[in-house]
Design a protein around this ligand. Structure first.
Ligand code: AMP
Ligand code: MG
Length: 335
């Protein structure tokens, strides 16, 4: 196909049937694909596959695991994992597909990987237009996707900008032309019959107010909603956490990494190894689950072996540091 262009590291395919099946195959195999949406280009992964989602953070070089938006075909797919109340349903009916993201409670037994939500019990969901919508329908699963650019850089609105920003970190880029909206989606959260604006974006606040028949409230009113996962001790385990441990103390559980165990590991209440082979992608995908499982043993403290600070290790260590932070201030908070 001579329309395909190649930059070092990324293959750019024009949006169409060939791109659709190439993207679907890559996503089904746990790879990441940069795709056009009507807002900005997204770096997408199967939202139910933890290692695939971890690869998004690695590619963007994100230093922390902030929650990602889950992209769906519409309300029906969203309902397989998230709960709508009448007001959030009205907003979805009014604006989907489109540039409005709703933060909704997760349903019990949902299949969304905890890396997508940074371990929160809510999920940000939106139905995009165009190629992204077709791709999700073809794959039959929701896609987690932040903007397709290196962390801290501006969002990409062309395939070229994606390839320039991510290079070989985005091996497959689908070119759907410049994105029509050009800014990120608007994010709102419905709570107790009120709508909080968490992030302004492609749908104007006035349009949402007109559809809902009520004024939007600004997120500053609720700092815990505004900054999910960013509070030092958000979703800390009940157990204390002891990082970079050199030994296991009596009664502690152990969160381990790599082939070798620290002294006293054989006496630990429980041991879970994030990755025997020292693979940070595997470790990131297991992090939330393993923290929760060790917490559930009732151990009063979880010792954590040293984890390298390179690549995804930075985000892993950031999350561990939050879990280990003193938690007097936010202990009553419940976002
Ligand atoms: P990005 O994927 O880079 O467009 O950013 C996603 C945005 O959605 C971030 O600002 C997140 O803080 C926000 N977000 C994602 N999930 C949630 C959630 N469960 N609650 C509140 N905000 C969320
Ligand atoms: Mg972004």
């Amino acid at each position: 196909m001579d329309m395909n262009t190649t930059t070092p590291g990324s293959r750019i395919l024009p949006a169409g049937d060939a791109a659709l099946s190439a993207a679907r195959d890559a996503l089904a195999a746990g790879e990441i694909v940069a795709i056009p949406t009507e807002t900005v280009y997204g770096l997408a992964a199967d939202a139910t596959n933890g290692e695939a989602v971890a690869r998004i953070f690695a590619a963007k070089q994100r230093p922390s695991f902030n929650p990602l938006i889950c992209h769906v075909t519409g309300i029906e797919m969203a309902e397989s994992f998230a709960a709508f109340d009448p007001l959030s349903r009205r907003l979805a009916e009014a604006f989907w597909p489109g540039a409005l993201t709703l933060v909704l409670p997760l349903k019990p037994g949902h299949a969304i990987h905890p890396l997508v939500t940074a371990g929160l019990d809510t999920v940000a969901v939106r139905a995009p237009k165009g190629f992204g919508a077709e791709l999700i329908a073809t794959l039959g699963r929701p896609l987690a996707a932040p903007s397709a650019n290196r962390s801290g850089k501006i969002s990409a609105t062309t395939a070229r900008a994606v390839a320039d920003s991510l290079g070989e970190a985005a091996p497959l880029v689908i070119d759907g032309g410049p994105t029509p909206v050009g800014v990120e989606s608007t994010i709102v959260k419905v709570e107790d019959g009120a709508i909080f604006l968490l992030r302004p974006g492609g749908v104007a606040a006035e349009e949402i107010e007109a559809a809902a028949g009520m004024p939007l409230r600004r997120a500053e009113a609720n700092a815990a909603i505004q900054a999910p996962g960013m509070l030092a001790s958000h979703y800390a385990p009940a157990a204390r956490m002891r990082l970079n441990a050199g030994h296991v103390a009596p009664g502690e559980a152990l969160l381990a990494f790599g082939l070798e165990r620290i002294a006293g590991a054989e006496t630990a209440k429980a041991v879970l190894v994030l990755s025997e082979t020292g693979d940070l992608v595997e470790a990131a995908a297991k992090l939330f689950d393993y923290m929760g499982r060790l917490d559930a043993t009732g151990a009063e403290c979880i010792a954590v072996e040293q984890i390298p600070a390179t690549g995804l290790g930075e985000a892993i260590n950031d999350r561990l540091a939050r879990a280990a932070a003193p938690r007097t201030i936010e202990s009553g908070e419940d976002a």
